[in-house]
Design a protein around this ligand. Structure first.
Ligand code: ADP
Ligand code: MG
Length: 295
């Protein structure tokens, strides 16, 4: 590629809010055939809010104490789900206390000691790993919430199932149209998330995405990208989170949503300044056009 044409491409790209960190990325982007989209904060707005809260009928203590413990346990987590839970409980008049200990279990949830109780908040697998038995009815309710695209999380106190909480995120207004544009360009669009299969499918359906990789652990995201590459795909990974950084680095092209975490922005080859997914198709269009002009 000649420097002048690359520079011309870069000028147009700035207008579109697409920042290539170097001319070589403008070259590589045109050869991409697969787009892997992170779910939370990329396809969705990434600002979930608490929608459901169901304390178990078997819970014998004070409900207000349980809610305070949940808020206290989640307070130490920087996960958007945790922020949604804490915020939602505050709005319901709950004042969290300082946990005695706190541990994030990436991809699964949190474990904390609060006012002498052991609290677990997170996935079914988190409960299984700590031998918490969850009643059938709670699992059915969890499934119903997930069908609605909500992320449902289980709560246990001192090893016993205590409550179900759910949060809902909204799909970015632009996501559906942006996905359609990518599909029209002949690209395969895949959504990847640590969230469960049912929630992921409901969100993907609403965004017009047919292919879903769900329940991918944070450290597994890069491996999924690698697998696609080994199958001969040229992959662009699009993400916003700390979790996404290794996958962004592994992909042929890493694209970070401009509103994302610093690590994601630093690792990516391309920044989508406008924060919506239309930037992906813009980047590819631009890259194809620039390279055509050069040849
Ligand atoms: P994502 O890819 O959507 O950011 P993560 O890999 O971070 O998802 O998390 C996967 C799942 O682990 C979540 O859907 C949730 O069920 C559970 N989880 C993660 N963090 C928390 C938390 N702070 N509190 C409760 N559950 C959590
Ligand atoms: Mg994300």
């Amino acid at each position: 590629a000649t420097p002048t044409s690359i520079m011309a491409g870069s000028g147009r790209s700035a207008e579109l809010g697409v920042l290539f960190k170097g001319g070589e990325y403008l070259e590589t982007t045109q050869s991409v055939d697969t787009i892997v989209l992170d779910k939370t904060g990329t396809v969705t707005n990434g600002a979930p809010s608490l929608t459901d809260l169901k304390v178990s009928a078997d819970w014998s203590g004070e409900e207000s104490s349980l809610l305070r413990w949940i808020a206290s346990a989640e307070r130490g987590s920087e996960h958007p789900l945790a922020e949604a839970i804490v915020q939602g409980l505050r709005e319901r008049g709950v004042a969290p206390s300082e946990p005695d200990s706190f541990e994030a279990v990436p991809g699964f949830g949190v474990r904390a000691t609060v006012e002498g109780r052991e609290l677990l908040v997170g996935t079914r697998r988190l409960m299984d790993s700590r031998d918490v038995s969850v009643p059938e009815e709670a699992l059915r309710e969890m499934g119903r919430l997930e069908e609605q695209g909500k992320t449902a999380m289980l709560v246990a106190a001192d090893g016993r199932y205590a409550a179900l909480v759910a949060v809902a995120d909204t799909i970015k207004e632009s996501s559906r149209q942006a996905v359609e544009r990518l599909q029209r360009l002949g690209l395969q669009v895949i959504m990847m998330t640590g969230d469960n299969e049912r929630t992921a499918r409901a969100i993907a359906r609403a965004a017009g995405i047919q292919h879903v990789l769900a329940e991918v652990l944070p450290e597994g995201k890069a491996a999924e990208v690698k697998k696609l590459q080994e199958a001969g795909r040229k992959v662009a990974m699009v993400g916003d989170g700390i979790n996404d950084a290794p996958a962004l680095a592994t992909a042929d092209i890493g694209m970070a949503v401009g509103t994302g975490a610093d690590v994601a922005l630093e690792t990516a080859d391309v920044t989508l300044m406008r924060g919506d997914l239309n930037g992906i198709a813009d980047a590819i269009g631009l890259s194809r056009k620039t390279m055509r002009n050069i040849r």
